[in-house]
Design a binder for this molecule. Structure first.
Ligand SMILES: C[S@@+](CC[C@H](N)C(=O)[O-])C[C@H]1O[C@@H](n2cnc3c(N)ncnc32)[C@H](O)[C@@H]1O
Length: 453
């Protein structure tokens, strides 16, 4: 809770042998946590982390309900009828006491109370308009809602987002259009596809054999332009898909070790991430810079990609939970610095440390797609016409489109065949050029429309 912003009579005690945080009026209802028992049939898997956050933010404001057990034949004494998750959250936080309101019923009534208590909340019809009014005024912290929940609610309730005015906002780029990934991808791991001057492989960016196949006759390329994955496809309890993990670190170490030998210069787009249920921010980019330095691929310089973002939630209480990390990403340049004149007068963004480029609004095809304008600028800055560019995590093929448009030879890799399908279709839609499979010359159209047995 932020000091001085709210008023409430709370009592928080944290000393040897005693720990709790309750509203003052509940003090005389405190009971030792160790003497209470969870209902053995509690079927509701609540979010204990969220309740912990709420206990910390608001303290315990309502007692849990416990059955004395005088009439019980099966469950026994001190079984929790209502508030099983609050009890678990308090236990996890090391509380010794919790406020209790007592009942004395038989097992039959106890079971029914368990059911009605959970279902009455679930069946309630919520007026989301009022919820939105509240979180817009007060923020989401301690409400159990995430920013994504609010976004979805806004969509359902037809409350369009207001966007930050951006003096450089550009018209929508047709190159950013892309189809959605198929449920049943037609490309397969290990395949190489040719899209005129662009090569795409469905492969693993950390495997030297895959890298060699992608590059074909080339031993090296002029520049690497990429945005590596954040969550490595795994979602752990209490985290979301953007959460950094040990696997992330292993993947970063592995791909940098392989690709720094192939590309003397690399532009890597990375955002800091929020971690854990309390949305703490972690300097992911900083860690990446350090690991590149240790790998002998030092940082040359950093730019900020400033996105154009919704400005809802300017409430007074918003600061503690707002995920500012979503407003910008880093564009780090690694490897050997070189000074070359390539850009014209019109490319006035070249000296700027902050590039304002709207993120792609519609990204059903790839959740982490970057706008074509981003690789476009680096391709222009770092390569000559006819030069070569690699993107080891090419996703929906954005970097390859920029390369094709600017007459550079692009090499793209992605582990996910669904995204490879998107890349091929996107290239076809945008250029009218039919991609084909290297091993047998089959066209993308044939493979795409093939009916499987
Ligand atoms: C942040 S996205 C790249 C998005 C891309 N810049 C775009 O505009 O569409 C990262 C991509 O890395 C891919 N990926 C994850 N692990 C990989 C690996 N070991 N090798 C190759 N690609 C991988 C994911 O499938 C995902 O498409």
């Amino acid at each position: 809770m932020e000091e001085g912003t709210r008023r409430a009579d709370l009592v928080a005690v944290d000393e040897p042998g005693r720990k709790f945080k309750v509203h003052a009026r509940l003090l005389d209802q405190l009971h030792p946590v160790g003497e209470l028992n969870q209902h053995p049939r509690n079927y509701n898997n609540g979010d204990v982390d969220f309740i912990r956050e709420s206990l910390d933010e608001h303290a315990q404001y309502t007692p849990i309900v416990v059955n004395e057990g005088g009439y019980s034949e099966r469950y026994g004494e001190n079984v929790i009828a209502k508030g099983n998750h609050t009890y678990l959250a308090a236990l996890e936080d090391g509380w010794t006491h919790i406020a209790v309101s007592w009942i004395n019923v038989d097992d039959d009534a106890l079971d029914r109370i368990l059911v009605v208590d959970n279902y009455s909340a679930r069946r309630a019809r919520i007026d989301e308009g009022i919820v939105l009014d509240i979180v817009e005024e007060r923020g989401t912290h301690g409400t159990g809602l995430t920013d994504d929940d609010v976004l979805e609610m806004r969509e359902r309730n037809d409350r369009p987002l207001a966007f930050v005015e951006d003096e450089e906002e550009e018209a929508e780029d047709p190159a950013d259009e892309a189809p959605s990934p198929p449920e049943d991808p037609k490309t397969k791991l290990g395949e190489v596809w040719i899209m005129e001057d662009q090569r795409l492989m469905i492969g693993d960016a950390t495997k030297v054999a895959h890298v060699q196949r992608l590059l074909g006759a080339e031993k090296s390329v002029d520049v690497l332009i990429t945005s590596p994955p954040y969550g490595v496809g795994k979602v752990y309890e209490g985290q979301d898909e953007t959460t950094r993990s040990n696997e992330w670190r292993l993947l970063m170490d592995a791909w940098v070790a392989v690709w720094k030998k192939v590309a003397p210069v690399g532009m890597v787009n990375i955002a800091d991430r929020k971690v854990g249920a309390d949305h703490r921010e972690e300097h992911t980019y900083g860690e990446f810079v350090e690991l590149c330095k240790a790998a002998g691929w030092p940082l040359i310089g950093t730019r900020i990609w400033g996105k154009v973002l919704p400005v809802w939630f300017a409430g007074m209480y918003y600061t503690s939970s707002y995920r500012a990390v979503d407003e910008w990403e880093y564009l780090g340049l690694f490897g050997k610095a070189k000074f070359v004149k390539r850009l014209g007068e019109e490319d006035d963004w070249r000296f700027r440390g902050i590039w304002r480029i709207p993120s792609v609004n519609k990204n059903d095809d790839h959740p982490a797609k970057f706008p074509v304008e981003l690789p476009r600028r680096y391709v222009k800055m770092l390569t000559d016409e006819g030069g070569s560019v690699v993107d080891p995590f090419v996703g929906s093929g954005t970097t390859l489109l920029a390369c094709h448009e600017l007459g550079r030879r692009g090499f793209g890799m992605d582990l996910d065949p669904g995204y490879a399908d998107v890349t091929l279709q996107r290239f076809l839609d945008f250029t009218g050029i039919m991609p084909y499979r290297e091993e047998d010359g089959a066209s993308w159209e044939e493979v795409r429309d093939e009916v499987r047995e």
